[in-house]
Design a protein around this ligand. Structure first.
Ligand SMILES: [Zn+2]
Length: 453
């Protein structure tokens, strides 16, 4: 049993800011929280303590292609032309490449304040689509990257079987993704004991999208595991139109009619939803998985956030394509997208006079944790996944808590993250991960080789 106690002059609990907070940690889990406590000699003293931010949606390998699709093609560019670049990139990635790229991405996540990643993992097979000797080979590379960098992981192995609505046969570019129910079940069986043995790891499932899975497959899939369930949905208007053409229904509407939606579900993007679909999502107590940087980068559209949160809708954020990994920037852009679209301000808060920064951080911590199947925030029974801030780069008085997160999210350069702990273990010290330099070298070497091929 390893015990540690932290003493924060200011800490953000689920109820809001509290002073003189003692957080006792036993074997990586928060065992006691005392507000207005007395500092003891052995306590680790901090000025400001935040709950770490869950990153509910990542495709780690896409970190390797960040910046490669920011060039205009022959015709108008869209999500679908970006996907072509992604498919070409996939023609060369090896298991070692995946581990190195994922490790770089996870270091950047930790340094930006993310403490758990939901890895929506569909790159299962070898380059020509054949199974690796161990069918979980690529999943194991991701779990290793998470373990070595110290990031908690909710692994969401993806079930991907078709190229379009109605069970279309997969395309050649999708060969590395494809499973049937039997092979997917084998993958889960391989992963279950490995995930159980890794501290902080959780196993969920992810039917890729309604384009990639039929109703029969979805129903066969759902009883196979009892963890979180994630799906890409309604990201693009084109996808919504194709779904209506195929089924007469919009994507979320179709899903709500074909499965029993509940709090295990995370609907990733859900950008294009009707009023009725918003109600169905709220009633299911599920999480909307929003990825503001990627959704902006891919030109997806803007999720109707105020309508969704007005009746208690729950959301979290994800770095998705990892084109830019930054927990604070995800929250900033989430709010700014709404302001620009609505010609309005302070959209992500429903209460008069409440700080938008606090609302964003707490909502995304709670929604992210729910989506990733773990207890949320600085609370007894939750993992000691925590972030401390530094005041050294900030001209304004950051530590007045009534405005602290407003400063951090809207006014600060992104270098105020000081230390980060995952399961009570210090993984980022004074803003830097100890493996950063080593990984940068390996990452650069890997990318250079890939881009030459
Ligand atoms: Zn995604």
């Amino acid at each position: 049993m390893k015990n540690q106690t932290f003493f924060a002059n200011n800490a953000l609990l689920a109820s809001g800011w509290c002073s003189k907070v003692r957080v006792e940690v036993c074997d990586g889990v928060i065992s006691t929280i005392t507000v207005n406590g007395d500092k003891q000699a052995t306590d680790i003293e901090l000025e400001v303590l935040l709950p770490g931010m869950p990153n509910l949606h990542s495709h780690a390998f896409q970190r390797g292609m960040a910046g490669l699709a920011e060039r205009r093609g022959a015709s108008a560019d869209s999500f679908w032309t970006w996907r072509e670049v992604m498919y070409r990139f996939l023609q060369v990635l090896t298991p070692d490449d995946l581990r190195i790229i994922a490790s770089m991405a996870y270091i950047e996540m930790l340094e930006s304040g993310f403490t758990r990643v939901g890895e929506f993992h569909y790159l299962h097979h070898a380059i020509a689509g054949q199974q690796y000797q161990n069918p979980a080979e690529m999943s194991l590379q991701l779990l290793t990257a998470a373990e070595q960098t110290g990031l908690n992981m909710t692994l969401l192995p993806v079930f991907y079987a078709h190229a379009g609505f109605g069970g279309l046969a997969p395309e050649a570019g999708q060969a590395r993704f494809i499973h049937n129910i039997d092979s997917y079940q084998t993958l889960l069986s391989e992963l279950r004991p490995i995930v159980a043995a890794q501290q902080g790891a959780v196993l969920g499932m992810a039917p890729h999208s309604l384009r990639a899975v039929t109703a029969a497959e979805l129903n066969a899939l759902l009883p196979l595991n009892d963890g979180p369930l994630h799906i890409h949905i309604a990201e693009q208007q084109k996808e919504v139109d194709a779904c209506i053409q195929w089924s007469g229904m919009r994507p979320v509407q179709w899903l709500a009619e074909h499965v029993s939606l509940d709090a295990r579900w995370c609907l990733v993007h859900a950008t294009h939803v009707s009023e009725q679909e918003i109600v169905a999502m709220q009633q299911a107590n599920l999480v909307a998985g929003l990825c503001p940087i990627t959704e902006a980068n891919l030109g997806d559209g803007i999720f109707p956030l105020p309508e969704f949160i007005a009746n208690g809708g729950c959301y979290g954020v994800g770095s998705d394509s990892n084109v830019c990994i930054d927990a604070i920037e995800e929250l900033r852009l989430l709010e700014y997208g709404q302001r620009l679209a609505r010609q309005s301000r302070n959209v992500a808060t429903t209460q008069a006079n409440s700080a938008t920064g606090d609302s964003l951080w707490l909502a995304a911590v709670e929604g992210g944790a729910q989506a990733l199947g773990v207890p949320a925030g600085l609370a007894v029974g939750a993992a000691a996944d925590m972030v401390s801030l530094t005041n050294r780069h900030q001209a304004a008085p950051l530590f007045a808590t009534d405005n602290l997160l407003n400063n951090l999210i809207f006014c600060a350069a992104n270098n105020l993250i000081d230390n980060v702990w995952v399961n009570g273990k210090l993984v980022v010290e004074h803003g830097q991960h100890p493996l950063r330099e080593q990984l940068q070298t390996q990452f650069a070497r890997t990318l250079t080789r890939i881009l030459r091929q």
